[in-house]
Design a protein around this ligand. Structure first.
Ligand SMILES: [Zn+2]
Length: 270
């Protein structure tokens, strides 16, 4: 077994017994990494706090060609405590982001850009004004899914490439997003589609806000006002898209993601 050094963020922890623990990490150089933790190295930081939201430096043993190894040493180098006003909202947005990554990342698939933006997101979620959390979170999610190959096509028709005409008679849902095609579809393409099971209606206003968020840095996204109902509509589209297209990887499990988000939104609103 060879020893390696890396850094990473814990995505999930599973305790199999008193003495056996497995952690799943997001590392910049290997993507998803699963490590077994021996009792003496149990992952609790100072004062017994679990090191869930932290950037860790660690060394580990991995067999040549192996997919999981053993944790050797671990040191938190940056900890996100989410202690500012709006703590529950901060925690839930951060948890939702890690849960999403845990479902989308693959073993031995390096994602350095996605890793860096996740660190930036966690830093900002720890520090910015709580009213900016929805814009920050939406901007982060669009960035991550784009980096991982699930960017929704909101520019033209995903069927024929033509322009999309907005139905002004239906300002609330003048546009149709096809989950199967991963983008908006024009009227002609929509009529030519055999079923409409995977269509989500959206307004022109929501489309332009989503496009705006996709083209923004995290700092810019955090300044875009996003209402809680807009955020829910966006995440409904995103989660439907991921559920359908990441099927070959691993279905996004219970989708308590959205439910969690709604709870966060309530906590954050009140
Ligand atoms: Zn079309």
């Amino acid at each position: 077994m060879a020893i390696h050094k890396s850094e990473g963020i814990i995505l999930s922890t599973a305790n199999w017994s008193e003495s056996s623990q497995t952690i799943t990490l997001f590392t910049p150089d290997r993507g998803r990494l699963v490590l077994n933790v021996r009792e003496a190295r149990r992952l609790t930081g100072k004062r017994g706090r679990p090191m869930t939201f932290a950037r860790l430096e660690f060394s580990y043993y991995l067999r040549e060609g192996g997919e999981s190894g053993y944790l050797s040493d671990v040191e938190p180098v940056e900890v996100f405590l989410f202690e500012k006003d709006g703590q529950l909202g901060r925690l839930t947005f951060a948890s939702a982001s890690l849960e999403l990554l845990n479902n989308l990342l693959i073993v031995s698939d390096p994602q350095p850009a996605c890793y860096q933006i996740t660190l930036s997101f966690l830093r900002m979620a720890d520090s910015i004004d709580k009213n900016r959390l929805p814009g920050l979170f939406a901007g982060y999610i669009f960035r991550v899914i784009s980096l991982l190959g699930f960017r929704p096509n909101l520019a033209g028709c995903a069927g024929c490439g033509g322009e999309i005409a907005v139905d002004t008679a239906e300002p609330e849902a003048g546009l149709y997003f096809s989950i199967e095609r991963g983008g908006l579809v024009c009227d002609d393409c929509r009529r030519a589609m055999p079923g409409q099971d995977h269509l989500i209606g959206l307004s022109e206003m929501l489309r332009s806000k989503m496009l705006n968020l996709m083209e923004s840095s995290l700092e810019e996204a955090a300044r875009i006002p996003v209402t809680l109902s807009e955020l829910n509509a966006m995440m409904n589209l995103v989660t439907s898209l991921l559920k359908y297209h990441s099927g070959t990887i691993r279905p996004l499990k219970s989708f308590d993601f959205l439910e969690k988000l709604t709870r966060a939104v309530k906590a954050y609103g009140g």
